[in-house]
Ligand binder design. Structure first.
Ligand code: ATP
Ligand code: MG
Length: 268
């Protein structure tokens, strides 16, 4: 087997919280308390757990939106957490994030063409406007949208369409690792399935690796090869999707499984 794309080792993230309690003392909150896992090339690792368990903090650490207090995150052998800003720059393209709220992450004043052209020019992937337009049209088709959409603005689209545009913006730069943080959580259930299908299809076709974060085990089950279950800043269990579902080892995983309202049909 080839070396993993990402090796997370003993990641720790602490936050200083506001003053509270009788003596109004600051407390240190351990949001991530020593988390390790690998993500292989072409693999989808699902990260699931209750609210506040530290899932987003891990995702944000991998894109350097958060400053961990300890550990290492080796991406193709180089520690993301320790690279200088200059050395990290090329990785900004290779590690992309899909967020929960597609509207908040799209600039309302820009057309979809402008929105999708921006990363192409920033990362030097298109030499001129016409090449960029070509790539944008192809990518819009890839996410199931009409290329004419590029002339319009974000407010003209539904939530599901906006998330497709968000996904287009990520995929257009050909990343090696995508971190999807509650990517379908804000969508209606019927739309969730469509967008999940799209993410799964694009992941398979492109072979991109993925960290798929969700509090919803039903959603995580559908898309993941392996699943890590988090609780209070730690991974309590990690394993192949089927193993986690067929024979969960940890009590907390069993409780999570029991709380799934209805399992979506998954072909095993
Ligand atoms: N910038 C911050 N400052 C202080 N505390 C923070 C900060 N960001 C996150 N936290 C705290 O760290 C813990 C982990 O938060 P995180 O957002 O990673 O959880 P999560 O698993 O993504 O939860 P959710 O399912 O609600 O998205 C929580 O207790 C949260 O309140
Ligand atoms: Mg979160």
């Amino acid at each position: 087997m080839t070396a993993p794309l990402l090796q997370l080792r003993d990641l720790r993230v602490h936050f200083r919280t506001g003053r509270s309690g009788l003596f109004r003392r600051r407390r240190i909150l351990e949001a991530v308390g020593g988390v390790s896992f690998d993500i292989h090339r072409g693999e989808v690792l699902g990260l699931v757990g209750e609210s506040g368990s530290g899932k987003s903090t891990i995702g944000r650490s991998l894109t350097r939106l958060e400053r961990p207090t300890g550990g290492a995150a080796l991406f193709e052998g180089r520690d993301i957490l320790k690279l200088t800003p200059r050395a990290f720059r090329p990785l900004r393209r290779q590690i992309q994030m899909i967020f929960q709220d597609p509207f908040a992450s799209l600039n309302p004043r820009l057309t979809i063409e402008q929105t999708l052209a921006e990363p192409l020019f920033i990362h030097g992937l298109a030499r001129n406007r016409s090449r960029a337009r070509e790539m944008i049209a192809e990518t819009l088709e890839l996410v199931g949208m009409d290329p004419d959409a590029m002339k319009r603005h974000p407010h003209e689209f539904s939530g599901g369409q906006r998330q497709r545009i968000g996904i287009a913006r990520v995929m257009i730069v050909r990343p090696k690792l995508v971190i999807a943080d509650e990517a379908v959580s804000a969508l209606d259930v019927s739309i969730q399935a469509q967008v999940l299908n799209l993410i799964k299809k694009l992941q398979r076709e492109s072979g991109v690796s993925m960290l798929f974060i969700s509090h919803d085990l039903g959603v995580v089950r559908y898309i993941s090869d392996r699943i890590a279950v988090m609780r209070r800043g730690k991974i309590v269990e990690i394993g192949d999707r089927k193993r986690i579902f067929d024979s969960p080892r940890h009590d907390y995983t069993r409780r999570l499984l029991a709380s799934i309202p209805r399992l979506p049909a998954v072909a095993d």
